[in-house]
Design a protein around this ligand. Structure first.
Ligand SMILES: [Zn+2]
Length: 184
């Protein structure tokens, strides 16, 4: 196994491998990216998801540090759409690694701010913009869904600024990048 200097990804989809660093450099602040690069000793491995997940219409899923995708769908996605999902899953990977308590703090702040303002039966709709199940525990999704940017802010308009402030004050994200400008 080759030890890496900076976090890379390995998938059968070339547009993901090729664009990964460009996106990661936009998402995270320089200082936090340095830490990410220091912590990861091997590439992120992306694999095909099992048939059961595919049958449940799941597009991408993370278990521990492994990302699973419905490859057929990803081959058709635009680079931007594919990378939106990859960043979503990467945020789950960081959450799952014990070296990143700061990610768990941000998620906790987003969760508290959201649950104080939105009733439980509206949370899925707030996260996805649609009345649909998200196939996972919503309390683990407030940060990763920042990548999707499908939030239904109209359920609670003041949350948009609150989310932006939490992300920005954490110092973990490059909120001036085009990635975040498109989202907030
Ligand atoms: Zn998720």
């Amino acid at each position: 196994m080759k030890i890496i200097e900076s976090l890379e990804i390995e998938s059968e989809i070339e547009k993901i491998n090729k664009n990964f660093r460009k996106y990661v450099e936009q998402v995270f602040s320089k200082i936090f990216l340095k830490k990410i690069d220091r912590v990861f000793k091997k590439k992120l491995i992306v694999q095909e998801m099992n048939m059961e997940s595919q049958a449940n219409n799941i597009v991408a899923i993370t278990v521990g540090e492994n990302i699973y995708l419905n490859m057929k769908l990803f081959k058709e996605y635009s680079t931007e759409k594919a990378m939106m999902y990859i960043i979503h899953e990467l945020l789950h990977v960081l959450y799952n690694k014990k070296q990143f308590p700061e990610i768990r703090t941000v998620l906790k702040q987003l969760a508290e701010a959201t649950m104080r303002r939105i009733p439980p039966d509206k949370i899925n709709e707030f996260l996805t913009g649609k009345k649909q199940s998200i196939h996972s525990n919503p309390s683990l999704e407030y940060l990763s869904y920042c990548s999707n940017a499908a939030f239904k802010w109209s359920i609670c308009p003041e949350l948009k600024q609150i989310y932006k402030d939490i992300l920005s004050e954490s110092g973990l994200f490059d909120m001036d990048s085009s990635f975040w400008k498109k989202r907030f």
